[in-house]
Design a protein around this ligand. Sequence first.
Ligand code: NAP
Ligand code: GDP
Length: 338
Amino acid sequence: MIAGITGQDGGYLAKFLLEKGYRVIGLYRRGATDTFCKLKEHGILEQIELIDFDLLEFSNICRLIHIHKPDEFYNLAAQSFVAASWNEPIYTVQADGVGVLYILEAIRQFSPQTRLYQASTSEMFGKVQETPQTERTPFYPRSPYGVAKLMAHWMCVNYRESFGVFACSGILFNHESPMRGKEFVTRKITHHFARLATGQTMDPLELGNLNAKRDWGFAGDYVEMMWLMLQQDKPDTYVIATGETHPIRDFVEEAGKTCGFDIEWQGSGTDEIGVDRKTGKTLVRVNPRFYRPAEVELLIGSPKKAEEELGWKPKTSYRELCRMMMQSDLDRAKKGLL
Ligand code: NAP
Ligand code: GDP
């Protein structure tokens, strides 16, 4: 059972589990528009049993877990966009914090043998207390999203210790793919550059803090870890990361190269611009609208425990990831799909 089946990770995980021969039940939020485009692009929509679900509806969560008693429950559902969490802090805490407690409680009461994967996040480290971040690094969340996810993380630990629920917490660092939502910075960059490169827009890309650093991995590599955690003898917490970090401006430059842009930075602060050396055209500018009330400046995780205990290593390099995402958006743009 996968909650959040329509999101980036939901599609990759469903594909991975279907290839292993799993029966997959996908939980999705019913809406007025078609939310299954990612599952269609993966070519797996027809193989998934779809059921309505909302993190805020405890009665439905209880009913689903009671009836289906899934062997494995992957909770990927969340209000996942950090920037939105300052505008919707109460909803974010209800969905990303209390919603997870609903799932834990339903498992405890109706299906104690169900193994739960909870999508925790490096945002819980926030204002980082040590570098690189490990399973033992103290938390210091910097957004309502980070705080809500931290509550969910501790609830998993607590239900594990109090009631023996098999609840694993995967502290995943940023992971991206061609299926990433367009509001996240990597996909925002590749989406806009593809439109610039194919003449669909002349407007420069507007970004916020270019200096924040992220440890970016490929979502397709990370879903294997979600599954591996649930195959262990005991539930535990694992950091999943690449161990490499890059500033946003580096991703801009790298994505630009795949489009034939040669970006040079000029000016500083809110006046900084990214100019194409070949044409002199301004491709990027800073818009303070995209600054955050409190920033997470640096994330870099240590995947040592996952490597040692689960035998896992990320397969896709940072540069391969940039190229993959940029190429995919260029292909979409050429087909008129952006
Ligand atoms: P995503 O693309 O934003 O997908 C989130 C999913 O949650 C979507 O299917 C969404 O449904 C669903 N959802 C949102 N609110 C819901 C609600 N109230 N009830 C039921 N479903 C709801 O996120 P992702 O990148 O796949 O990430 C998966 C999980 O990992 C999330 O929990 C995220 O917070 C966490 N995480 C992500 C990263 C990362 O870098 N990607 C890193 C660490 C942790 P709709 O399609 O209807 O919106
Ligand atoms: P997050 O790490 O989960 O918040 O993932 P995002 O992709 O949304 O943001 C990663 C980093 O990029 C954060 O430090 C943002 O402040 C920074 N950033 C800079 N400009 C932008 C922008 O225009 N949009 C987004 N989403 N992030 C930006």
